[in-house]
Ligand binder design. Sequence first.
Ligand code: GDP
Length: 472
Amino acid sequence: MILNDIADGLLRGVENIGQSVSGAFSEPVIRLGVTGLSRAGKTVFITSLVANLMDRGRMPQLAAAATGAIRAAYLQPQPDDTVPRFDYETHLAAITGDTPHWPESTRAVSELRLSLKVQGGGLLGSVSGPRVVHLDIVDYPGEWLLDLGLMEKSYDDWSADVLDRIASRPQAVDFLALARATDPGAKLDEVQAQTLARVFTAYLGAARDGGYSDCTPGRFLLPGDLAGSPVLTFAPLPMAEGAGRGGLRREFARRYEAYKRQVVRPFFRDHFARIDRQVVLVDALGAIHSGPQAVEDLRRAMADILGAFRPGRNAWLAPLLRGRRVDHILFAATKADHLHHSQHARLTAIMQALVRDAKDRADYAGAKTMAMSIAALRATVEETLTHDGRSLDCVRGTLLDTGKQAALYPGALPDDPARILSPARSGQQGWLGDDYNIMHFAPARLTLKPGEGPPHIRLDRAAEFLIGDRLR
Ligand code: GDP
């Protein structure tokens, strides 16, 4: 481990020298990380952001777009040859085609380079002519950040934590029964190991579908090209007296360590450590719809995820970062088009409260942070209906499962975020007296005018916060 650290340090040192030397002559690069838990909206966000940076007619709040400072935007080959390219064209075709549909979600890390030709303002800008700024967008699952929590945890501690946390979850019944029936000291049997890993993965999938966010190890659900490999073939098991060498539990502990060393660590070193700006997307509405427990679980997962942005706290991570840090972090509640705009401020307040602790610490560490409600792709229109003599602010769209048009009144979010977060913290089963509805809308069919990207809510403000200062 220590040897690894030194080798990493040396390598990064060389890399940094390379970067600063070439940086003096070459074009500036912004590395924008886009993360969030599964289904938070990363793929749709990146697709719409890139489309709206290429055709900037709907980006008035991005100053460099409004003033015309961005002269052109074009896609270029990315700098990292071994990272899959974000499949922008396919995803854009999905949402802008004749039968629009949602694109396939993020399953692993991917990257895209958008280059912007920018004419700076003032005397200097007019003398020096346009310059090129590269925006390297790095898309990666938030679940992988949750793995940071494993780095300083032994297999024994991790197993005990997980078994304790899932003890009362209905989704875990099968796995718990299997774990109980397993002799941790028995000789390793690969078929048995695979069965345990498979049933544990099935539990993680069911827990995630049930609205839980604490579904680590992150690669079990999003294995990328590691599916079926021994680093993903383990599961938590209870402590066993005198479990000897070669026993199942010992082997699981070894694989757990291999997972940390060969999967988690390279991700943080090769991808995370190089990010300058970060957007964390959060499906807060989805969690509210699922109920107080899902909200509490989301709050905890966010705290864990955001721990990665506090370099000082992670003795393990700090050497990999070598003084670099993310200096702008945006927390965005996605899919705000499920709400009438009169409720957006409340959603933002809930978002703010959800990440409050973590945000305060990031602020303290010097990063600029902001919370916002956005919709990367607006799938609805607003409508006010009268019901029982009361006027209701609704949204209307095409339902995903039936293809029919419907108006939705999602329920009124409270003014005070504590009315959501307190019941969540105290473990309440359901919302008392309140009901929050969600319908799944299909993307609307678009007729875009020349120069216009897909419709969105506040994507331009998000872009201004994330990269605006680098485009002046
Ligand atoms: P990822 O797993 O983070 O890549 O999530 P996706 O970008 O694939 O989004 C997951 C799902 O959320 C999509 O299939 C849509 O159903 C929904 N979604 C994402 N963004 C929006 C949005 O801006 N508006 C609406 N109405 N739904 C969205």
